[in-house]
Design a binder for this molecule. Structure first.
Ligand code: SOE
Length: 380
């Protein structure tokens, strides 16, 4: 059967533009899909940069004005991989033009902004998805399966952290290429929207909704030079953020994200403790799932380190032979494949924009609580 061509335009040629381009290139090579992704166009602000990116990744054309892509009849899907302050405007215009929309996380800079994006894709009834890639680490997907099968029993605790150390120096500017995450106007928030959002998305998926939170944030470096203006200005993002939560299922949550954990570059870990069993996962050892089962024979009871590389593990039958592991970029390939499979089956892959809005409600409540010093109810 001839495959249906799906013409894709990616907006953004940075780190995420690369992960998404690679995902759409690789997905049809490893997954049997009805759709054939076609890299039609890439857009970055700099025309030469866009042309170079297009040549490197095999895009048919390049642009420096994203609006031209929205007007093009030969584009089916707009994939937003540009900084956070561009997400809403592009997504709303793309949906109004009847295009499918995929968006890098976080969906919006605030929940209010994200709501406008959800309304736009739902009004236009266009397929949509947010790139919360860590759901598609095979070990994390497997954790979801084990929880859904009831193997952990009642869940008591959910614990997650995402630690980095790249902004400790006061010389790192705010704003500009590579450092826009430090500019609140562009990013919305600091580690709450950038890193905790990953932890929250995974938590909501694995352990269900969060009812209330109490949090604290800190901005350790108060002033930084702005890369665009050269002026030193107040830093308005949170450098570190932590919160306690009550999940709707009665379990307690403990979350932390920071860019000031010296020695840690991207340490995302999560642990879930249930009545019958516990799970631990670590991004630096992403192909392993640590599993403790209280039902094991007493003398031999202990933590097992399961190498998630067998054909029977999630996604792994699509890759090499048992025992050979895959990595970070594969999470994006899995997500692209799931999105395309969802188009064919009519069963949308998650997280949709609406699913991702739930994360925004939590991050908004954490930031509100950091200001109020109170427990805050999470909108649902
Ligand atoms: C920040 O450094 C960052 O690149 C995040 O923006 C990504 O979402 C995360 O996966 C890795 O760290």
């Amino acid at each position: 059967m001839a495959k249906k061509k799906l013409n894709i335009a990616i907006i953004g040629g940075g780190f995420m533009g690369r992960t998404h381009s690679n995902a759409f290139r690789q997905a049809p090579e490893f997954f049997a899909l009805d759709h054939e992704p076609v890299l039609k166009a890439v857009c970055t602000r700099n025309a030469k940069g866009a042309a170079d990116f297009a040549a490197n990744w095999g895009f048919e054309s390049s642009e420096s004005d994203w609006r031209k892509l929205i007007d093009r009849k030969d584009i089916d899907l707009i994939d937003i991989a540009s900084p956070n302050d561009t997400h809403a405007e592009i997504a709303i215009a793309a949906a109004a033009a009847g295009k499918m929309v995929m968006c890098e996380k976080p969906l919006g800079r605030t929940a209010a902004e994200a709501e406008t994006m959800v309304a736009a894709v739902e009004k236009a009834k266009v397929p949509n998805m947010v790139w919360y890639n860590y759901r598609r680490v095979p070990a994390v997907t497997m954790a979801k399966q084990l929880i859904d099968e009831g193997r952990l029993g009642k869940i008591f605790h959910y614990r997650a952290k995402f630690l980095q150390d790249w902004t400790i120096s006061a010389d790192v500017p705010q704003g500009g290429r590579g450092t826009w995450r430090l500019d609140a106007n562009v990013a919305g928030s600091g580690v709450t929207g950038d890193l905790l959002a990953h932890c929250i998305d995974t938590a909501l998926w694995l352990n269900g909704g969060i009812a209330s939170v109490t949090g604290a944030t800190e901005t350790f470096v108060k002033q930084r030079k702005h890369a665009d203006t050269g002026e030193t200005a107040e830093v308005k993002i949170d450098d570190a953020s932590m919160f306690l939560s009550r999940f709707k299922n009665g379990s307690l949550g403990l979350f932390e994200a920071t860019r000031y954990a010296r020695g840690h570059k991207a340490l995302y870990t999560l642990e879930i403790n249930g009545e019958k069993a516990s799970i631990f996962w670590d991004l630096h050892d992403l192909h392993r799932l640590q599993w403790f089962d209280h039902r094991d024979e007493g003398q031999l009871r202990g933590w097992r380190s399961v190498h998630i590389t067998d054909g029977e593990h999630p996604y792994m039958s699509h890759w090499w032979v048992p025992g050979l592991q895959i990595g970070y970029e594969h999470t994006f390939i899995h997500q692209a494949a799931d999105f395309l499979a969802g188009l064919a089956s009519g069963k949308p892959a998650s997280p949709t924009f609406r699913d991702a809005l739930a994360t925004e409600y939590v991050t908004d409540a954490v930031l509100k609580s950091a200001k109020s010093g109170q427990w805050e109810t999470v909108r649902n």
